[in-house]
Design a protein around this ligand. Structure first.
Ligand SMILES: *[C@@H]1O[C@H](CO)[C@@H](O)[C@H](O)[C@H]1NC(C)=O
Ligand SMILES: *[C@@H]1O[C@H](CO)[C@@H](O)[C@H](O)[C@H]1NC(C)=O
Ligand SMILES: *[C@@H]1O[C@H](CO)[C@@H](O)[C@H](O)[C@H]1NC(C)=O
Ligand SMILES: *[C@@H]1O[C@H](CO)[C@@H](O)[C@H](O)[C@H]1NC(C)=O
Ligand SMILES: *[C@@H]1O[C@H](CO)[C@@H](O)[C@H](O)[C@H]1NC(C)=O
Ligand SMILES: *[C@@H]1O[C@H](CO)[C@@H](O)[C@H](O)[C@H]1NC(C)=O
Length: 313
């Protein structure tokens, strides 16, 4: 076959290359097979830049050229993406597309006197030139975190959320956070610590309560999805002297007032009996280990009565 080479190289990046054939002219299906056999596919010219490029560079062929657009289920569809060509991207010659049956393939009027570089729908079995491209996107052109998008003379790596860089090889980072006091965290880092999708679980030491979200995730925007949580000491109900009249209460607070590990000791004035525990401790959950004891004189009578009964027995 009579193939020629057209190419555009920009900015040193490996370029899309175009080849075309007019010898012999082929029907749309053969033209596409030829493109796929020697190159990547038939071009689906869809913007003005590409239209101008081809209209300048392809030689005049009285049969014109097939392009990679055809009608599928009533819609004009691009072969390279299998997607419908949006109406605003369709570039029809005047009075096209017409409704003549079986005119389901698209040709481009290269260097025509009227309607130059416009589209016409034609019977797919007519014989015309073919315009093909060789993709610039190769398996290794972009990292796994990108879609490679063909562009005229080049390709672009369109990064998935959470990645950046020319090949989208770099995960977005979040700011490291301070280690929480009285707590710890464990992270799983699929792309490195403090990078996109890092996920950290927080735990507080015994006697401390987590305030905030227990899990932080580094998001695609480079921010953690929640503020760093705090560990707050477990707080017990405050005790006052009024709760324990005619006696004394002596509390120690190793961490904070009436909170985890605070210990209160009680004693009753002479002549009173203490009922309950003489020492209570604020536990890890913020509960006193027992209720506040009471001082009373009545116990003495009860005790004497009990002794009396025992003697009788
Ligand atoms: C397409 O163009 C390239 C670049 O010049 C050339 O090497 C290749 O032989 C051409 N392909 C065909 C089938 O002619
Ligand atoms: C592939 O399709 C896109 C959008 O549908 C278009 O912009 C692009 O020019 C097409 N590329 C080729 C080589 O046909
Ligand atoms: C990031 O994490 C989300 C949620 O677990 C997951 O659906 C997604 O696939 C992950 N993305 C990458 C690129 O690992
Ligand atoms: C202390 O006494 C007050 C009223 O005198 C009562 O409302 C409160 O519940 C008591 N606190 C405890 C811990 O017993
Ligand atoms: C309170 O208890 C501490 C330690 O047990 C002790 O040193 C201190 O003297 C006590 N104070 C009173 C007023 O009982
Ligand atoms: C609380 O008291 C327990 C028992 O005495 C001790 O082992 C622990 O270290 C204390 N915790 C804190 C945070 O002071």
């Amino acid at each position: 076959c009579n193939a020629f080479y057209l190419s555009s190289r920009k900015g040193g990046v490996q370029a899309w290359t175009y080849n075309y054939s007019t010898g012999p002219n082929q029907n749309w299906y053969e033209a596409r097979k030829w493109c796929q056999k020697f190159f990547t596919d038939m071009v689906a010219i869809q913007n003005q830049e590409e239209t101008n490029f081809f209209n300048d560079l392809l030689p005049f062929n009285p049969k014109y050229y097939w392009i990679g657009i055809h009608r599928v289920a009533g819609l004009w569809t691009s072969v390279n993406t299998s997607q419908n060509v949006p109406e605003e991207a369709q570039n029809w010659a005047s009075a096209e597309p017409d409704t003549i049956p079986r005119q389901d393939c698209v040709e481009i009027y290269i260097k025509r006197a009227r309607d130059t570089a416009k589209w016409n729908n034609e019977n797919c079995n007519k014989l015309k030139g073919a315009v093909c491209y060789t993709a610039s996107c190769k398996h290794e052109s972009c990292s796994a975190h990108a879609d490679c998008v063909e562009s005229i003379g080049s390709h672009i790596c369109k990064c998935h959320p959470g990645f950046r860089g020319l090949r989208c090889e770099e995960a977005i980072t979040c700011k490291p956070f301070p280690h929480p006091d009285q707590g710890s965290h464990r992270c799983s880092n699929p792309y490195g610590s403090n990078h996109f999708n890092s996920s950290c679980h927080f735990l507080c030491e015994v006697g401390f309560r987590l305030i905030g979200a227990p899990q932080l995730i580094c998001q695609a925007n480079g921010l953690w999805n929640h503020p760093v949580p705090l560990c707050q000491v477990a707080q017990c109900p405050n005790l006052k002297y009024t709760n324990f009249s005619a006696s004394s209460m002596n509390c120690s607070h190793p961490i904070a007032a009436f909170s985890y590990n605070s210990t209160c000791e009680f004693s009753c004035d002479e002549g009173y009996e203490l009922i309950g525990q003489n020492q209570i401790i604020c536990d890890r959950t913020g509960q006193w280990t027992a209720t506040v004891p009471v001082c009373t004189g009545k116990l003495v009578i009860a005790f004497e009565f009990k002794s009396f009964c025992m003697v009788v027995n």
